[in-house]
Design a protein around this ligand. Structure first.
Ligand code: BG6
Length: 450
């Protein structure tokens, strides 16, 4: 049955709202997950009327189909600095508009984390929080463990954990959701996933674009806090975790927490941090000082779990590289017995699970070259996701918003996961200060930086 929802977006004129949230909402409306009376209220300080705000969102559509969907959405604008005392009092009358009005409320904070305490306090003081209300926080949730703990304390004054959704859009990506199925329904694979056979696991999210219009945020965050603290650690935890007791969110979160708790950053010589060449001119043009923030990071962790002990757990991400590519690469140990030594050209087995732009899975293995006795060639099994399931154009937000509507916390980060990932990132940040930052050419292949 479709739901009637008021979706209140703080940061209503931001990029995320325009490019991801409103299109996802429009698509859910189209699919009848939401009913026609559902409403978006965008909140920001900008000078917009309901009409000009609507136009802004429609103009931001990425294609004609999306534009048509957004045109059908019921959209209103509330002009306010939502952190000022009493700022949200008038919002009540917009939300409680009488009979037929949506009663499910989702407050979506697509703002900087420093605004979270004031906004949640204002929501409380304006008497807008009901038992069934849900609140969504965009990343980053803090800047280190200490600030994340302070935020948690402030937010928990007004919201209980079951009302809170800490969103990480990587968990909404199709391949990431497939990881548990892949591991736990294919015994031939599951039995290989341990330090007995695996040398290293890499989780990679390379990007071809630069920092763009987010210089202010990015220069205070950097690649480690922007991508590793959330997306890459989450994907790594999912990949390494043991089979949960069930699909119950609690069991899945517990399994991930066990992995996160076991992770420690490796010693400093294992890590690489870099900055793309043109960042300094971008900063100059924006009237900002040059800075030593990393736009590329390749960090290594180790796990204290017996099963993964000694395996290099690598997370790599960077901006302004040669291409956008997200993947998990599992490197198996190379065999070095007498039999292997009598052959030529043996390579390590490798499994590559693409996260985007494709959803392919490839297994690289050795085979004998035709007509040869001891010459080996590496070949691959190649599963093409798009060929089997058709192209996938979603980016995770639609799926995650629909889970919020259902009250399903599985694909969201629990408080203890968040704290563990900040603990790991704080360690990495300390190490970063001891490692020389390398400058790389725009469009570099990451292997060159390594
Ligand atoms: C965001 C980061 O969370 O993820 C961005 O803040 C990054 O810096 C983006 O570009 C990458 O997401 P995706 O889905 O395009 O890989």
């Amino acid at each position: 049955m479709s739901q009637k929802v008021t979706f209140v977006i703080f940061g209503g004129t931001g990029d995320l709202t325009k490019r991801k949230l409103v299109p996802a909402f429009a698509s859910l409306l189209h699919d009848k997950v939401l009913c026609d009376e559902s409403l978006i209220i965008g909140i920001a300080r900008g000078d917009f009327t309901n009409e000009t705000y609507r136009d802004l969102l429609i103009k931001a559509a990425r294609n004609e189909d999306e534009r048509k969907l957004i045109e059908k959405v019921n959209i209103q604008f509330y002009r306010k600095d939502s952190t000022q005392p009493g700022a949200l009092h008038d919002l009540k009358s917009m939300i409680e508009c009488g009979e037929g009005c949506p009663h499910n409320r989702i407050f979506y904070l697509a703002t900087g984390y420093n605004l979270f305490p004031a906004i949640t306090k204002n929501l409380h003081e304006a008497d807008l929080i009901q038992k069934s209300s849900k609140i969504v926080f965009e990343k980053p949730f803090g800047k280190d463990l200490h600030s994340a703990e302070a935020l948690e304390a402030a937010i928990h004054q007004h919201f209980t954990e079951d009302m809170i959704y800490r969103i990480d859009h990587y968990l909404g990506k199709e391949t990431v959701q497939n990881l548990n199925v892949l591991k736990f329904t294919n015994p031939f694979l599951e039995s290989l996933l341990s330090n007995k056979h695996i040398k290293s696991v890499e989780v990679i999210a390379d990007e071809d674009l630069g920092v763009g219009s987010r210089l202010g945020y990015y220069t205070s965050a950097g690649a480690v806090k922007d991508m590793i603290q959330s997306h890459l650690l989450q994907v790594l935890a999912l990949f390494l975790m043991d089979k949960p007791e069930s699909l119950d969110p609690k069991h899945i979160h517990d399994a991930k927490v066990s992995v996160l708790k076991s992770l420690q950053a490796a010693s400093s010589e294992k890590h690489i941090f870099g900055q793309y060449e043109s960042l300094s001119s971008e900063l100059k043009m924006a009237g900002m000082e040059s800075c030593s923030i990393e736009t590329f990071a390749r960090v290594v962790c180790h796990s204290a779990l017996q099963k993964w002990s000694g395996v290099d757990l690598v997370m790599q991400t960077g901006k302004m590289l040669d291409k956008k590519y997200g993947k998990i690469v599992v490197h198996f140990k190379k065999i070095g017995d007498d039999f292997a030594h009598s052959l030529h050209g043996i390579q390590e087995n490798k499994m590559v699970i693409d996260i985007h732009p494709t959803e392919n899975i490839q297994l690289f293995f050795n085979t004998r070259k035709r007509f040869s006795k001891d010459e080996i060639e590496q070949v691959k099994f190649d599963f093409c996701g798009d060929c089997v399931f058709g192209p996938n154009t979603t980016d995770g937000y639609k799926r995650l918003i629909s889970d919020i509507l259902k009250g399903d916390h599985t694909l969201f980060t629990r408080e203890d996961e968040l704290k563990e990932s900040w603990r790991i990132v704080d360690d990495i940040e300390n190490i970063r200060d001891q490692v020389k930052l390398v400058t790389y050419k725009d469009g570099s292949n990451p292997d060159v930086i390594r």
